[in-house]
Design a protein around this ligand. Structure first.
Ligand code: SF4
Ligand code: MSK
Length: 675
């Protein structure tokens, strides 16, 4: 090593593990990586600073006359904002175009996931696929009408059930048509409360088809096209609705039909789920098409017996990110960690294979894997890595089980190659996951009175103050999991029930917040009472990022159950992504805002360099959609803003007085408990 390089490395800044994460397992593995000289995202976040102009959303590189960077003057803007790019683009136009391109990328990612699911479903409906089946025929029959697919036929004046296979095939074809149909609008939009749908329709913002709205953004944000930030945001709405009420919703629907609708189950979370004496396979990414098969393969007697022949006690699967959430929800496979822990799962030295598909996968995994025996397997034709230690096994749903077994066998064969450097943190927490719109209905109402009445009753009487959707990623620019946990704890302490997805769900699970017992420890008295009575955690894990569509539908069920207004914007509810990082989060944020939800993001938002545009998002949109964007870096401030919004909505509904009566002191509560 040259002297200069050695000096540079010596001086290289590394992350302080305690400052980098609140999680002891993460801190331990980060220390270990540093001892071994392996850099991780936490270290890179120390040495690589974000661009101060990009972070404000005011760098345009949409043509080769730029990049044009329009920093805010240090003294602020007095009078007219005269900043402009070479073409004259204003900060508003530049920030709006950048924002729109994030929506397009996010909507594309979610929706392409949905498309893959729809394609597999079509092959199942055509009976061309032996490895996948329809596991939840009831869900298929329940969703068919939303896609305009009849479940009954009239024969000789008599109503009869339609042939199931025929329904499945028609549903598959209609669903797949949502990506490119030449006319009309997306079918699932009408699942929204009627006033909401009518508002979108009146404003001409109903998406026509999924692909078109994404292409439209790419065209409109090309140099010299749409130069009106308000008009650009209208298109953001169309594309984001094509995500939330389109591609993501179709993904969730059809995954439930094929793989089963989630119902609550017990599992664990954090790196401590890995086992030294087992073959450990970590599955990471987003699409459950492959991971469903890997679960089936790893649970097969053939593979378990094979693992035993090489000296392992069994096969331990673990998830990272949303593919992990998918197999958690349906099979109880424990997540090994959130987005920021992906490199650390390999640093344990016990990861025999990491299998990745699409989205949120660090390219640096390959460099970390090189330092250990870990086989890193890419599986998606769209997502390969340039490093030569990465194995690409292209997954084909037509021989899904064969591919899955090949991968599992590779991991088993690799078990013997582990070095002496195995170190698995002991931390893991128990969790109850697997909530869905259907299972919440069942839990709250029972099988006879399955509905959201109980939830509404408890919101109206004030035991539950309101509902929060807290979702989204980790971001290495903030302390891992800190904002997630502070925010969620503050909300439940104030009797706000939390619906979670994505990496927030994993973070909450790691912190032990996903158990009914948590309620007695962290919740306010009203929410604790409801959770204890019904037997649910105060934080309900609804799945992966595409499953944010479940939150939209749960909110719709609350509207339908009555007593809390006629639209999602009337509900005492708010949404947040306290540690977001992904373009998908911007698409999610926009479809929540356009669906009437006050939506707060943490970290930073790339709009702050364009104050007029920012004001439009943060204030003006509420007049149009009932929902609006906001930014709060401090999670306690975020919680305070969400709770204030919830209280504002309670007041508008005239149920604020009820809550005052329910706010009991401990003596009152004890009286109630012993009554
Ligand atoms: Fe600059 Fe305009 Fe080109 Fe953007 S489109 S890089 S603002 S000249
Ligand atoms: S995985 S998009 S880091 S939530 Fe869906 Fe987590 Fe965000 Fe990826």
């Amino acid at each position: 090593m040259s002297e200069v390089k050695a000096k540079v490395e010596k001086e290289a800044k590394v992350a302080d593990p305690v400052a980098a994460s609140i999680d002891p397992a993460t801190q331990q593995m980060l220390r270990r990586a540093q001892e071994l000289g392996i850099d991780t995202v936490f270290d890179r976040a120390v040495s690589l600073k974000p661009c101060n102009i990009g972070i404000q959303g005011i760098c345009c590189k949409n043509c080769a006359m730029g990049p044009c960077r329009l920093p805010l003057p240090k003294s602020g803007i007095e009078g007219e904002d005269t900043r402009k790019g070479l073409c004259g683009a204003t900060p508003n136009t530049i920030a709006a175009r950048n924002f729109a391109r994030m929506v397009a990328a996010g909507a594309a990612a979610h929706s392409d996931h949905g498309r893959s699911v729809a394609e597999v479903f079509l092959s199942v409906a055509r009976k061309e696929n032996k490895d996948y089946t329809i596991k939840d025929p009831e869900k298929l029959l329940a969703i068919a009408p939303h896609y305009g697919v009849a479940t009954t036929v009239e024969v000789d004046g008599e109503t009869r059930d339609r042939d199931f296979d025929e329904i499945a095939l028609e549903l598959a074809e209609v669903a797949l048509g949502e990506w490119g149909k030449p006319e009309g609008q997306l079918l699932n939009l009408k699942r929204a409360p009627q006033p909401l749908y009518e508002r979108w329709n009146k404003m001409g913002e109903c998406p026509r088809n999924i692909d078109r709205e994404i292409v439209d953004i790419m065209h409109r944000t090309h140099m010299g096209v749409d130069q009106d930030y308000k008009n650009i945001i209208k298109q953001c709405t169309r594309a984001s609705l094509a995500d939330g009420w389109g591609g993501s919703m179709i993904a969730t629907d059809l995954q439930d039909v094929m793989f089963g609708t989630p119902y609550p189950l017990q599992s664990e979370a954090n790196l401590g789920i890995m086992k030294e004496d087992h073959v450990n396979i970590i599955i990471h990414g987003h699409e459950p098409i492959l991971s469903e098969m890997i679960v089936a393969a790893a649970q097969s007697k053939e593979m378990i017996d094979y693992a035993k022949t090489i000296g392992a006690k069994g096969i331990q699967l673990g998830g990272i990110c949303c593919t992990g959430n998918e197999i958690l929800q349906r099979h109880g496979v424990p997540p090994a960690g959130t987005f920021l822990q992906q490199e650390l799962a390999i640093v344990t030295g016990a990861c025999d294979a990491m299998v990745v598909d699409v989205q949120c996968v660090f390219q640096n995994l390959a460099n970390v894997a090189k330092c250990f025996h870990t086989k890193l397997v890419t599986t998606h034709p769209m997502a390969r890595m340039e490093q030569d230690n990465v194995i690409h096994i292209e997954f084909d749903e037509h021989h899904a089980m064969d591919d899955a077994k090949r991968i599992v066998k590779m991991a088993i064969d690799n078990f013997k190659n582990r070095g002496a450097e195995v170190m698995i943190p002991k931390q893991k927490a128990t969790q109850i996951a697997g909530f869905s719109v259907e299972s919440i209905k069942y839990h709250l109402g029972g099988s006879f009175r399955g509905d959201y009445f109980t939830l509404n009753d408890n919101i109206i009487n004030g035991r539950i103050r309101g509902i929060a959707g807290v979702v989204g990623c980790n971001n290495a620019r903030t302390r891992h999991n800190e904002a997630h946990i502070i925010l969620v704890k503050e909300l439940i302490k104030n009797d706000v029930i939390v619906l979670t997805t994505g990496c927030n769900g994993i973070a909450c699970a790691m912190e032990g917040l996903l158990t009914p017992e948590t309620a007695g420890v962290f919740c306010g008295p009203g929410l604790a009472e409801v959770c204890e009575t019904v037997g649910i955690p105060p934080v309900l894990h609804l799945g992966s990022c595409v499953d944010n569509s479940r939150i939209l539908l749960a909110a719709t069920e609350v509207v339908k159950a009555g007593g809390l207004g006629k639209d999602i914007q009337d509900l005492p509810a708010a949404g947040a992504a306290p540690e977001w990082m992904s373009e998908k989060a911007i698409s999610i944020g926009q479809y929540f805002v356009a669906s009437g939800v006050y939506t707060l993001f943490g970290v930073s938002l790339p709009v702050t360099g364009a104050p007029v545009f920012q004001n439009y998002l943060f204030n003006e949109l509420e007049k149009i959609y009932g929902g609006k964007w906001d930014l709060a870096v401090d999670p306690l401030e975020m919680a305070a803003k969400m709770i204030a919004h919830i209280d504002k909505k309670r007041k508008a509904l005239g149920i604020d007085k009820a809550r005052e009566r329910v706010l009991m002191d401990m003596a009152d509560r004890q009286k109630l408990e012993t009554a």
